[in-house]
Structures are given as C-alpha cells and as structure tokens.
Design a binder for this molecule. Structure first.
Ligand code: BDR
Ligand code: CA
Length: 312
C-alpha cells in the first residue's frame, strides 16, 4: 500500500480532534507531524490539546510543534462559546506525558518539505492558515514541493458561521488564507457548503458510545459538547462535523463532489472581511485555484469515521 504523507496543521477543537483520530487510525496515511496554531482557543491550549489527541490515539510518537500565537495582521478571535474554555470540553482527558518538540512549527513545515521528495507531502489544515502562510513567505522554495493543500475553511452558498459571510478559520486570518490561495499550490477546500451536510446526529453519536471503548466514550462526549452550540443556532439534529472532512477526502474522495473554481478572500472590507468569494458559475476569467467541495455522501463519511475510530 502506498501511503499519503501529511502534516496536520490544527487548532483543536473537538472536530479537529476527531480529524486527528481519523488520520492516526488510517493505514493509508502517514502523519509526519502535527503543528498547532491559535484559533479556537489561544496557542498554549491548542498545543496542549494536540498532545492530548495523540495520546488518546495511543500515538505519543507523533511529533507535535507549536506554531503561530496570532494571525498575520488582525487580532486573534477565539471560539470558546463553541468549543468550551479548554477548546476540548466534554471528556476529561489526562494531562499528556509526551513532550512538545523543540523548535517552531513553521520551521518544521519548511524542513519537512525540503527533506521529503517533491510532490509527496500534503498539508492538511484544520484551522487558520497562519503557519502555512508564514512558511511560504519564509521559504518560498518549498511551495513547488507541496503536493496539495486540503483545507477546512470558507463557504459560499451557506454564507458564514462567524459573520454573515465569513467562516471562522478564514475570518481569523484572512490575509494568510488569501496568501495560501494565491500560492499557486493546488488547494482542495472543504467549506461550510459541504461540512453543513455532515451532522453529528444523536444516532451517530450513540455509535461511538456503543463501541464501549475509552476512545469511543471520549468522542461521544466531545461531539455532545460540540453540537449543542450549533443545534441551538441552526435548529438541527446535531452540529456540523467540519474538520474530519479533510482527512476523509484523502481516504475516500469518491464520496465527495465539487468543482474547480476561483476563490479569493476578502481582506479589505470590515463588513465582509474573510468572505471566500467563490466563482462557482465561472463568471470571471480568474484562475481556477481551488477544488471547491460541495457535496458528500454523509452516511459513508460517518461510516468511515466509526470504522476507523472503532479500531482504537
Ligand atoms: C472551523 O472552525 C472551528 O471552530 C472548527 O474547528 C473548524 O475548523 C469551522 O468553521
Ligand atoms: Ca479547527
């Protein structure tokens, strides 16, 4: 089996945690390292949570690096109202005993891309794109070495989830997001248009509890905590499980549907800051820089998650 080499850049977050568990339980994927970024909660907490996720998956061997504590230009926005004070509220996970790696996440990304064969490393981004933009500006030579970027972020037809037009990951660091979209590297975007079709319904959460494992119970508690905010906001049975779609796309691209289009990020207007302006209908001649995913077989997505997390 040929494995896909990835770096996960993340701001855990309960949905980030499930994405990390999916990657670490998938033999088709080799996780070269996990880099943390400020987002859902400040950097010290996202870093701690990344370590906790590795230990929950029984993988203390995964190198974890701390990255940017603040966006490139704007002040940090966090989302404790969604994820809780720790960012990973729900289960009571133990303090990790594995150690954070020395060195900065941005340098790890640069060194890894320079060391690995060109075109073999995929960047999976589950949070604001600050670390990736910093790596590209510090070491532009790594850009052609990246195979692709698979990013959770943005939204078009669904609008935004943090402002009427902006999704959280893009709004936190719109300048980084725009730099990444203009980098010339192929980007697969998992926007709200697809993640809002992946609802953590009660019957789906029960399947984790029915695993009768420590990890299954932890995931059930995470998802129960995480969904309560979106359930009251959207009036839905369950909240959208955003970040695991990034890893699922690598494993089962056939369960998703999308289109190659141009996407640019608004960085000038305070009213529409962070909007992903998606040219779905091809009304401009701007370059097609993004594979914009809009459809998913949500049952197949949740079956994949339970199958893999059930191995722990
Ligand atoms: C994104 O924002 C965060 O709250 C989630 O972890 C996800 O990455 C959804 O807008
Ligand atoms: Ca996230």
């Amino acid at each position: 089996m040929t494995t896909t080499k990835i770096i996960i850049d993340t701001d855990p977050g309960q949905d980030d945690a499930v994405a990390i568990l999916l990657a670490l339980t998938s033999p088709e994927i080799e996780v070269l390292g996990i880099t943390s970024v400020a987002g859902n909660v400040p950097l010290p907490l996202t870093t701690l949570n990344a370590l906790k996720c590795c230990e929950l998956a029984g993988r203390p061997d995964i190198p974890v690096y701390a990255g940017a504590a603040a966006p490139l230009v704007r002040p940090l926005i966090t989302a404790e109202e969604v994820h809780g004070r720790t960012g990973l509220d729900g289960p009571d996970l133990p303090e990790p005993s594995m150690k954070l790696q020395d060195g900065h996440a941005v340098d790890f990304i640069i060194e890894t891309l320079r060391r690995e064969d060109p075109g073999t490393v995929t960047l999976c981004t589950l949070g604001p794109l600050t670390n990736i933009a910093l790596a590209f500006s510090k070491a532009p030579d790594i850009k052609p070495r990246v195979k692709q970027i698979v990013a959770m972020g943005g939204g078009a037809f669904e609008g935004g989830n943090t402002t009427p037009v902006a999704e959280f990951n893009i709004l936190v660091d719109p300048h980084a997001a725009q730099a990444v979209l203009q980098s010339g590297i192929p980007v697969v975007m998992m926007p709200l248009d697809v993640t809002h079709k992946c609802l953590t319904k009660r019957s789906r959460i029960q399947k984790y509890r029915d695993l009768n494992t420590r990890v299954g119970e932890a995931v059930a508690l995470m998802l129960e905590y995480f969904e309560r905010f979106d359930e009251s906001k959207y009036g839905s049975d369950g909240g959208p499980l955003h970040d695991p779609t990034v890893i699922a796309w690598l494993l089962r691209p056939e369960i998703f549907g999308g289109r190659d289009i141009n996407v640019e990020v608004e960085t000038g207007s305070e009213l529409t800051m962070g909007q992903t302006v998606a040219d779905w209908w091809g009304v401009t001649d701007r370059p097609k820089n993004v594979h914009f995913v809009r459809d998913v077989d949500d049952d197949a997505f949740f079956d994949l998650l339970i199958e893999r997390i059930g191995t722990l």
